[in-house]
Write a protein that binds this ligand. Sequence first.
Ligand code: ATP
Ligand code: MG
Length: 386
Amino acid sequence: MITTLSINNYRSVLNLTMLLGPLTVVTGPNGSGKSNLYRALRLLAETAQGGVINSLASEGGLESTIWAGPEKISKRMRDGVVPIEGGTRQEVVRLRMGVVTDTLGYSISLGLPEPSRSAFCFDPEIKRETIWAGPFYRPASVLVDRKGPMVKVRDGRSWKVVEQHLSSFQSMFDQLSDPIAAPEVFQVREMIRGWRFYDYFRTDKDAPARQAQLGTRTPVLNHDGRDLAAALQTIREIGNHEALDNAISDAFPGARIDVVHHNDGRFSVEFYQEGLLRPLTSAELSDGTLRYLLLVAALLTPRPPLLMVLNEPETSLHPDLLPALARLIIKASDNTQVWIVSHASRLIAALSDHYECHGIQLEKVLGQTEIQGQGILDTPPWHYRE
Ligand SMILES: Nc1ncnc2c1ncn2[C@@H]1O[C@H](COP(=O)(O)OP(=O)(O)OP(=O)(O)O)[C@@H](O)[C@H]1O
Ligand SMILES: [Mg+2]
């Protein structure tokens, strides 16, 4: 389980370290930084997929993603005695992210390259990656240390260099995959690769989820929902089919779904509703109903991930459906750690009733995302190496 997440210098998040629970619910007003936190988590996940530099580039590069405010906001600035000003930078610009599980921690620092004539001279670089044992980084607990092109692994009381030519755009996860030479690299990479994200599901008339699709066994719903019918059928065959039926009747009393396999190998969903003489196909379902089915398929996956992240799952759902969605999310959190970003007060209230729910209320103070009520004493300790 992930216990702590830390983000530094990413958009409105200048410095945030937070504890996570089995079920974490992030809320806050518009512009408070909920999506920024979600995007930072995605960016961190990209390091284990080999795509962190590309993702950063597609977000507008480091220049755009880095915190746009002053390096430090002094007490006098906070109190409005002096205006907010930048001043000369004391530290080099770094975007840093880190995560800690029950046993291991990992952090990555990204920065700008040394000036050069290369056409890629604005590409961000990975400056440092560190894996350590324990709840936060301490020099004595470092197990793997990547600095620029070089990776060292702790070897008893000394260090062993396991790589000297890592490119600045590659994470050590891309290059070191030998579970024997660097077991912790392998472990952390697999842990981060196991995160699953669901953002917005399209439900317009051309949406992938509305089309009949060739079906194969699908324990993991695609992020765009294209394999909804196959995913539902897979839950029915190898997953918790009772939970599936209950989730449908919980939200739509008297309704049930069926998955039809056509002769050409394609699968489609049929939705039986009280009062109708024939079932509705996914092309005919309302946006909210279709989205609910997508969330059911995502949350009842027969192969639960280590972490499931849902960004604003309430989109286009009627408030009456939210308690049923909350029950589904709470059930999923028995098997997987869940992170939810939400606006919807009914969903938040229903989730907060659960004893394992950890609520994070964000607010923006002088342009900076902060956790409401988090003082210095309840901020988990955190240090970055570089
Ligand atoms: N580089 C940056 N530096 C500082 N702040 C930034 C930067 N980039 C974006 N922001 C701020 O981040 C805020 C947007 O945050 P975000 O999209 O996470 O909000 P949100 O809580 O998801 O809001 P909503 O509920 O409207 O979706 C904007 O107000 C913008 O000012
Ligand atoms: Mg948002």
